[in-house]
Design a binder for this molecule. Structure first.
Ligand code: HEC
Length: 154
């Protein structure tokens, strides 16, 4: 008896093991039933482009990977630091870089779309690959929704 009780499996009564198994099966069934709805709903699960989450999760990683080494913290090429709301709104040597609510009029968007001036200011980032269409769409959606940079992101 003592030996048997030491083994975990042997210690669990049979009815409990059965109910765990039944639980697993019904969970799997529920997951199976719900999956199509979850997939269909996933675009709506993205944070709202005007929310702090959207900046933190979607926009900031794009800027951090492609821009902040020249436009973040102490770095202000072209007179522009845009890792803070104040810096973004201040703009650079050529003035405002975002027209809040209007990505198509925003210099920042024109430059990442390579639709701005060819040389001054030049397309951004200046070297390397153009941002992907998906990243440009993310930045545009964010400017359209208010170009908010939450304080916590600074
Ligand atoms: C390797 C450094 C570097 C990187 C990386 C870089 N920039 Fe720039 N950026 C510059 C320089 C230098 C200027 C000034 C260019 C000029 O005036 O012709 C500038 C200018 C700008 C301007 C215009 C400021 C003004 O008022 O003239 C914008 C907007 C801008 N960058 C956005 C971005 C964005 C968005 C990214 C990332 C996608 C980025 N930059 C990445 C170096 C960089």
């Amino acid at each position: 008896m003592a030996l048997k009780a030491e083994g975990m499996t042997a210690a669990v009564p049979v009815w409990k093991r059965v109910s765990v198994a039944v639980g697993a099966v019904s969970l799997a069934t529920v997951a199976g039933l719900w999956q199509p709805r979850v997939v269909a709903a996933s675009p709506a699960q993205d944070p709202d482009p005007g929310s702090a989450e959207f900046y933190q999760q979607k926009v900031k990683p794009i800027f951090a990977a492609n821009c902040f080494r020249c436009h973040g913290g102490e770095n202000h090429r072209g007179g522009l630091t845009f890792d803070t709301q104040a810096g973004l709104l201040k703009g650079g040597h050529d003035g405002a870089v975002v027209v809040v609510g209007h990505p198509e009029q925003s210099l920042l968007v024109k430059l990442i779309r390579h639709e701005g001036p060819a040389d001054d200011p030049m397309p951004m980032p200046p070297k390397g690959d153009k941002l992907s269409d998906a990243d440009i769409a993310t930045v545009s959606a964010w400017i359209k929704a208010g170009a908010k940079i939450p304080d916590a992101a600074q």
